[in-house]
Design a protein around this ligand. Structure first.
Ligand SMILES: Nc1nc2c(c(=O)[nH]1)N[C@H]1C(S)=C(S)[C@@H](COP(=O)(O)OP(=O)(O)OC[C@H]3O[C@@H](n4cnc5c(=O)[nH]c(N)nc54)[C@H](O)[C@@H]3O)O[C@H]1N2
Ligand SMILES: Nc1nc2c(c(=O)[nH]1)N[C@H]1C(S)=C(S)[C@@H](COP(=O)(O)OP(=O)(O)OC[C@H]3O[C@@H](n4cnc5c(=O)[nH]c(N)nc54)[C@H](O)[C@@H]3O)O[C@H]1N2
Ligand SMILES: [Mo]
Length: 738
């Protein structure tokens, strides 16, 4: 299947944003709810005091784009992209425009809450809540150990506060959502080049996306760069079982069988090596293990792969040769979640092969290839005389980074969905959930609920009553991002390194606090107050010190570039050998395959059962994970464009008497649910695909409640043996007319 479409900018934006109305939102700026352009300004508005304050968008935790927030007559009016930021350069996505309205969402939590024995929530003062939580936590630590306590959160810029807090208590158990998202990819790039590279999409001539869909798994800079590369004549190849929003703008869509990209990629490597199309100099100078790789890869020709991945051998030969012919200005996107982030038993091997394919054409640290992003090193609290707690010398309860358990797992991300299991086993007794909603975003909700319920103390810090908050003993409301001064952040880095900051735009509307105030309060009651003897301004000033930038300057500009820019040229990398490792001694020592090797998926649909499918999922451009479905503007788009549907291959659907729009019963071995179908030619026949932003079941989220279902309802509690990730696409479901 190949498309040779000329793509206009207009058409591009339309697809990228996921719909016509969404395109309007992405292309320009919209004011909140009212069309100000078409209405004559009232005398009060004309005289209005308008403030334009730079800050950072938090409509998804991932990109944290630079924005200007406009405040008019004391109310938030609209946002615009900060044109100077590397990540978004003047643009804001639909979520960014709409999410600001959460400030005024009546579902917000307005004061701290405590759960009653009947399961209701009653207001409690901050002082009382902090006192009760500290007292309870002290007892739990005395009765058990500090290691029975955990902290789990979205990996935001303020995560060092959580580390400090847990380490001061004596617990190593700080965890992020990584195992549900990207840890297979990270582990593979770490093993191969000692870090996670970025993509120089803009200057590339040949771009392959393997299950990476930046047009809906939005990263604005990447979409802009792909559009620019295409204007310059670059070719874009998309491997995806689904005709994704990025496939829609590609030169070629390869509808790979889910879970079998590894076969395609191994065969590409086979062709490049057998035909001598690799970069001989780069391999000689900067890599180890090439001869062993050559022997290993000889067994994977395209003739072998085509039967597994459903892509004809001719296409594999052609893509491999084209990819190598553009070296070093060709790349396979480093990926994110969908293709091999945490999806399959073979995700780690798939990501390893992606990392190695980029290396054999010598594209690391080259224009148009992959490069290790610049990351500014922030100043440290210790330099300002603030003591640091020691890192506890005990293993993490989840086994992350522990040989014999999950050796390739990231120590700092941990394994999110191990928390409920450890709670059920009595190993974790108390925990804090910050800016994360594991009860909705982790697999197997029944099990997650049972685990979190078993905890003797659960405290959730959120702005709304998420599914997780609605299970907690205490719910502490954080001020909304537009209401608080927060951390200096280094997320905007790539070929340039930038500092950004979250700052207060409007005064807090309710009795809420920023995270540092909450932790500082708790630390006093827990006898670790000496580790939190600073304010956010003091912390930020120290972090900025090495750059000669003041907090005032940063708050004025919103973004400041620091250090020198990226330059071409591979030096050394942070693997044990200092070279790119085709063969990894470290992996071998851990008992894992030292070289990529074909590995079948964990489960496969039954080819003789007309109702059996693999369940896939993915992002829509207008929603973030579980956190935007309750936004009335975004949910309205979902409804208007009929986006809450399960995609199914038309031929397969007709074989079981389904028509477009029919309601089906979807059933796996752990869950079932009803959803309407969307019949399409744009999906591999072996799979069904579900948008991942729905299925909210917290009754406190009044807009989202009860709309749609979610893939986690069907996903068993699984742990990849090497990395411990969720294997989120190893789900077989039966689909039948309801
Ligand atoms: N709008 C929006 N944007 C976001 C986010 C968000 O929540 N909403 N979150 C951010 C975050 S945290 C993430 S992780 C990224 C996710 O960014 P991506 O990983 O790009 O997005 P996904 O939608 O998870 O998956 C992309 C594609 O993978 C395909 N896929 C599934 N299985 C396979 C397979 O076996 N092989 C191949 N080749 N493809 C497969 C799916 O069909 C889907 O089209 O998005 C980021 N940006
Ligand atoms: N249902 C579902 N599950 C998923 C995914 C999905 O798309 N849908 N995607 C997978 C992927 S790729 C990822 S990365 C993970 C993400 O998993 P999570 O990190 O759990 O994702 P979110 O749904 O974004 O949860 C963020 C929570 O933070 C809250 N929040 C928002 N702003 C603030 C704030 O300023 N302060 C505080 N304290 N809280 C705030 C939101 O209300 C929400 O409850 O989920 C994985 N699992
Ligand atoms: Mo993610």
């Amino acid at each position: 299947m190949s498309f040779d479409k000329k793509i206009t900018r207009r058409a591009f934006i339309k697809t990228a944003a996921g719909g016509t109305l969404a395109a309007g939102l992405a292309a320009g700026t919209v004011s909140c709810g009212v069309n100000n352009e078409k209405r004559a300004a009232s005398p009060t508005e004309a005289a209005a005091d308008i403030k334009k304050i730079p800050t950072q968008c938090q409509g998804c935790g991932a990109n944290r784009c630079g924005i200007y927030a406009y405040v008019k007559n004391g109310r938030l009016w609209k946002v615009e992209g900060n044109p100077r930021t590397y990540n978004n350069a003047g643009t804001v996505c639909p979520r960014g425009h709409a999410y600001i309205k959460e400030l005024y969402n009546p579902d917000r939590i307005k004061q701290p809450l405590k759960r009653t024995p009947e399961g209701k929530y009653e207001p409690i003062s901050w002082e009382k809540a902090i006192e009760e939580i500290s007292t309870k936590l002290n007892l739990i630590i005395m009765d058990n150990s500090p290691q029975s306590v955990f902290w789990i959160q979205y990996p935001m810029a303020n995560i060092p506060l959580a580390f400090r807090f847990m380490h001061a208590l004596g617990s190593p158990n700080t965890i992020t959502h990584g195992a549900t998202c990207f840890t297979a990819r990270n582990a593979a790039f770490n093993a191969t080049i000692g870090g996670l590279p970025d993509n120089d999409l803009k200057n590339s001539r040949y771009i392959i996306c393997v299950g990476r869909n930046p047009a809906a798994g939005v990263k604005l800079q990447q979409i802009k760069d792909i559009a620019e590369a295409k204007r310059q004549g670059a070719r874009l190849i998309v491997l995806d079982p689904r005709h994704s929003e990025t496939a829609a703008i590609a030169d070629e869509w390869l509808a790979v069988r889910p879970a079998s990209d590894l076969a395609f990629l191994l065969a590409m490597l086979n062709v490049i090596i057998e035909e001598g199309l690799y970069d001989h100099q780069f391999i000689d100078d900067h890599t180890i293990g090439f001869d062993r790789l050559r022997d290993e890869i000889a067994t994977y020709p395209p003739e072998w792969a085509e039967k597994l991945c459903d892509i004809p051998k001719e296409a594999i030969y052609r893509v491999a040769r084209e990819f190598a012919s553009y070296k070093p200005r060709a790349l396979i996107h480093r990926g994110y979640h969908g293709g091999y982030g945490a999806g399959y038993l073979n995700s780690f091997q798939t990501a390893r092969t992606v990392a190695i394919l980029n290396a054999v054409i010598g594209n690391y640290e080259r224009v148009g290839g992959l490069f290790l992003p610049l990351k500014p090193t922030l100043g440290e609290l210790e330099k300002g005389g603030h003591p640091a707690p020691n890192i506890p010398e005990v293993e993490k309860a989840d086994g992350a980074g522990v040989p014999g358990r999950y050796p390739a797992a990231s120590y700092s991300d941990g394994i999110a969905h191990a928390v409920p299991e450890l709670a059920l086993a009595g190993k974790l007794k108390a925990g804090f959930v910050y800016h994360m909603n594991p009860v909705r975003t982790n697999p197997n909700p029944e099990r997650v609920i049972a685990g979190y319920r078993k905890l003797e103390l659960l405290v959730t810090i959120d702005c709304v009553m998420s599914e997780t908050a609605a299970l907690s003993h205490y719910v502490l409301p954080e001020s909304f991002f537009l209401e608080r001064d927060d951390h200096v952040d280094t997320v905007h880095s790539g070929k340039v390194a930038e500092l950004t900051v979250v700052q207060q735009v409007v005064k807090p509307m309710y009795d809420t606090k920023p995270l540092l105030d909450i932790i500082t309060g708790l630390s006093k009651g827990l006898g670790i107050g000496k580790y939190f003897n600073f304010t956010m301004d003091e912390l930020n000033a120290l972090r900025l010190k090495p750059f000669g930038v003041t907090l005032e300057e940063l708050k004025k500009e919103g973004v400041i570039e620091v250090g020198t820019r990226w330059e071409e040229g591979f030096k050394a990398c942070k693997t044990p050998s200092g070279k790119v490792e085709f063969y990894s001694e470290q992996l071998s020592q851990w008992g894992l395959d030292p070289m990529p090797r074909w590995q079948a998926p964990l489960v496969s649909p039954d080819p003789n059962d007309k109702h059996s499918f693999r369940l896939l999922h993915g992002k829509q451009a207008i929603h973030t994970h579980s956190m935007t479905a309750n936004n009335p503007f975004l949910m309205q788009l979902s409804i208007r464009y009929d986006m809450i549907r399960l995609w199914i291959n038309r031929r397969r659907a007709e074989a079981i008497n389904l028509k477009d729009g029919d309601t089906v019963l979807v059933e796996s071995d752990i869950g079932k649910g009803l959803v309407r179908v969307r019949l399409t030619e744009g999906l591999h026949p072996s799979a069904v695909w579900m948008p991942s932003g729905y299925g909210i079941f917290s009754k406190y989220l009044t807009t989202a409640y009860g709309k749609g279902i979610n893939y986690n309802d069907f996903l068993n509690t699984l742990f990849d043996p090497a990395v411990g990730h969720v294997m989120s696409n190893e789900i077989i479901v039966k689909v039948a007319k309801a």
